[in-house]
Write a protein that binds this ligand. Structure first.
Ligand SMILES: Nc1ncnc2c1ncn2[C@@H]1O[C@H](COP(=O)(O)OP(=O)(O)O)[C@@H](O)[C@H]1O
Ligand SMILES: [Mg+2]
Length: 126
């Protein structure tokens, strides 16, 4: 069997150090679980993954179960990522499933996601 047959196709995250140590990025078309203690950079990693995908012409969906989308927007803005602008440009969508979201079952974000997720996004962080 050729060596190529054993190769897993990778999706570059756009995060230079990570793509280097992971030999090209994350396995393409698979689900990857990023785990770690609080403050270990799971949210920053997921956000940078989406931002870098957007720079490459992909769409990004961020599903939040923990923090409210507004808190994430403010925090990422202070890191130089203007998520509000990306949302207005229809490049980034939040699905807010956070416990503080009292209307999440009827939230427009959830309804949008049903159409948006399969049709548009190639990157998803949650
Ligand atoms: N806007 C910011 N400015 C400076 N440091 C930040 C900012 N947001 C997060 N951090 C720091 O980056 C690290 C990773 O944060 P985060 O990705 O939110 O962690 P996790 O999601 O794993 O709990 C933490 O040490 C946090 O304090
Ligand atoms: Mg987090």
């Amino acid at each position: 069997m050729s060596e190529k047959r054993h190769q897993v196709e990778k999706l570059a995250t756009g995060i230079p150090g990570f793509d280097h140590i992971s030999d090209g990025g994350l396995p393409k078309n698979r689900t990857t679980l990023v785990s770690g203690s609080a403050g270990s950079a799971k949210t920053v990693f997921g956000s940078q993954f989406l931002v870098e995908g957007i720079k490459r012409g992909e769409g990004g969906v961020f599903v939040t179960f923990e923090e409210e989308a507004d808190d994430i927007r403010s925090n990422l803005l202070s890191l130089g990522w203007d998520i509000d602008r990306l949302e207005r440009e229809n490049k980034w969508a939040f699905v807010d499933a956070s416990p503080c979201s009292t209307t999440w079952t009827s939230s427009p974000a959830i309804m949008i996601s049903a159409r948006f997720l399969p049709a548009y996004s190639t990157r998803c962080a949650r």
